[in-house]
Write a protein that binds this ligand. Structure first.
Ligand code: HEC
Length: 102
């Protein structure tokens, strides 16, 4: 668990956030290490988030936070996030343009 989190933080340091037009949520940096700042992913096993339905993303994040989805890497990443922060993250990724099919 600690190793995963350290790895995520190292990735975050290696790939700083690019400038975005809208203001990104404060906690986006950690998420971006795995999901990309715009929700387009190249890492195996990590889901794309761009353009996903807002209610789906919000519910998924609540499930990780509450432990109903017991995936250690996401539980560690989301942590004890407030409803407002959780909502901002869901809104951000939902508003990104989906990735074109290859
Ligand atoms: C260390 C890599 C990593 C980090 C950091 C991370 N995630 Fe994830 N995320 C994953 C993986 C792997 C999954 C797939 C987990 C599963 O099988 O449920 C996932 C799943 C998700 C899902 C569910 C997608 C779906 O289609 O059901 C959402 C939403 C999500 N992450 C958002 C976030 C947010 C927001 C953050 C920042 C707080 C974040 N993630 C940080 C790796 C990461």
């Amino acid at each position: 668990m600690r190793i995963l989190l350290t790895a995520a933080l190292c990735l975050l340091a290696a790939f700083p956030l690019r400038a975005q037009t809208a203001t990104p949520p404060a906690r986006l940096g950690l998420c971006a290490a795995c999901h990309g700042a715009n929700g387009h992913v190249s890492m195996p096993g990590v889901p794309h988030l761009a353009g996903q339905r807002l209610d789906y993303l919000r519910e998924a994040l609540k499930q990780y936070r509450d432990g109903r989805r017991n995936i250690p890497v996401m539980r560690a990443a989301i942590g004890p996030v407030s409803d407002a922060e959780l909502d901002a993250l869901a809104r951000w990724y939902s508003a990104q343009a989906p990735q074109a099919a290859p």
